[in-house]
Design a protein around this ligand. Structure first.
Ligand code: GLU
Length: 445
């Protein structure tokens, strides 16, 4: 990191103590920005990095709810409205016991640049709670969501802040959240949430978008290297929404997915993962991935196993932050992996990223590779605003175009800044410049 940027980084760390994931996300972006300040001294003069690194607004609230036995629980809710220079605050809600302010801030910070890369008019935000949906009944989930929205609703609005899902928040949770919003406000405002069900204002392809988009990004990276997905052996960590639709698109484009996982273990199925079964287990029955092995005797379940030790040509981390450390990255590179496309947010540690970059493999960082989800949220907003609904094919074509454009702009920006083939630099610089220009234009507000 260049000296003046390092000083800014140290001040950010001191002002936000203990928020290690936020520090990690900020450092990763700031490391790319030295040459940008040389080309654009006005960004330094106008303190653009400092302004973008400080959230515009942070909301922390109490979420009390009653379980099925009548016991009262208190969780903590968050919404960090990070930056609205390019458009309304936009970003998902995460319900997971690991959630605290540092996680929401890292996600919100990344979201600013990711959203900028989509080329659509959306600012960056993130929210969530330390609530653990695992093992809760539908009624408990509903009561929690209602309590969460009872505070959050006053901060939302079509022209203000539009949340969506993330880990632990899918169609079911968004339904309960939207129901409570509608009830409190007495307004059917489809535009206030994205990722909605198709029958109540949602967009086709939104469910599939993050996974499909990540695969399109990998397809584009391979194209630059005169390679394709056809016949490639892939592993996809996770088995939630992002992982499922990553596996679906990989298979559709001729690749073979041989492993997926959840936080308890790994399924290896050399014949190719049976996606219908994963969908049934995870989307309908809400079970653990270990049950997969009961249905396929030739599949192996590795309890507590490390998916990154399985040899593959393409790896798509689609579970959570920091799931690939330096050792995992070394295993992947050593086993002949040629491309990594991140469906999850910040799934690779800084040491892991360095190993991928030094090895010269095609490495697509999350803020570029997984932007298809939020991009399709913006397409959902367009449909809601015009009270229209587009076909699956039309929406998917738009998603494909957006991902192809993000790939091109990150690739070209990396070249322009003397870091050919480095999509980390490409994504950070292209995203930052877009936001910085808007911040400058709007004045000191
Ligand atoms: N949570 C998703 C992300 O990480 C989607 C956000 C959205 O659609 O607003 O980008």
């Amino acid at each position: 990191m260049v000296e003046n940027v390092e000083a800014i980084y140290q001040r950010i760390v001191a002002r936000n103590p203990g928020e290690t994931e936020f520090h990690q996300a900020v450092k990763e972006v700031l490391e790319s920005l030295g040459p940008v300040l040389v080309k654009h001294p006005e960004f330094a003069e106008l303190k653009i990095i400092e302004r973008i690194s400080e959230p515009e607004r942070q909301i922390i609230f109490r979420v009390p709810w009653q379980d099925d036995r009548g016991e009262i629980h208190i969780n903590r809710g968050f919404r960090v409205e990070f930056n609205s220079a390019l458009g309304v605050y936009k970003g998902g809600l995460r319900f997971h016991p690991s959630v605290y302010l540092g996680i929401i801030k890292f996600l919100g910070f990344e979201q600013i640049f990711k959203n900028a890369l989509t080329g659509l008019p959306i600012g960056g935000a993130k929210g969530g709670s330390d609530f653990d949906p695992k093992g809760k009944s539908d009624n408990e989930i509903m009561r929690f969501c209602q309590s969460f929205m009872t505070e959050l609703y006053r901060h939302l609005g079509e022209h203000t802040d539009v949340p969506a899902g993330d880990i632990g928040v899918g169609g079911r949770e968004l339904g309960y959240l939207f129901g409570q919003y509608k009830r409190i406000t007495n307004r059917y405002e489809s535009t206030v949430l994205t990722g909605k069900g198709i029958s109540w204002g949602g967009s086709l392809v939104r469910t599939e978008a993050t996974g499909y988009g990540a695969v399109y990004f990998v397809r584009e990276m391979l194209k630059m290297r005169k390679e394709s997905l056809e016949g490639k052996t892939c592993i996809v960590s996770g088995s939630g929404n992002v992982a499922i639709y990553t596996m679906e698109k990989l298979a559709e484009l001729g690749a073979k997915v041989i492993a997926c996982s959840d936080s308890n273990g790994v399924i290896v199925h050399e014949k190719g993962i049976d996606l219908d079964l994963v969908k049934r287990l995870k989307e309908v029955e809400r079970r653990r991935i270990s049950d997969y092995a009961d249905h396929h005797k030739d599949a192996k379940y590795l309890a507590g196993g490390n998916i990154w030790k399985i040899p593959c040509q393409i790896a798509m981390p689609s579970a959570t932050q920091n799931e690939i450390n330096g050792n995992d990255a070394r295993h992947l590179v050593g086993n002949g992996c040629i491309a990594v496309g991140e469906g999850a947010n910040m799934p690779t540690t800084p040491e892991g990223v360095k190993i991928f970059l030094d090895a010269g493999i095609a490495y697509g960082p999350g803020k570029a590779a997984n932007a298809g989800g939020v991009a399709t949220s913006a397409l959902e907003m367009q449909q809601n605003a015009s009270r229209d609904s587009w076909s699956f094919e039309y929406t998917e074509r738009k998603l494909d175009d957006i991902m192809t454009r993000i790939h091109a702009s990150t690739y070209e920006t990396a070249e322009e800044y003397g870091a050919a083939g480095n999509y980390v630099v490409g994504a950070n610089v292209a995203g930052f410049i877009k936001v910085a220009r808007a911040v400058v234009a709007l004045g000191c507000i």
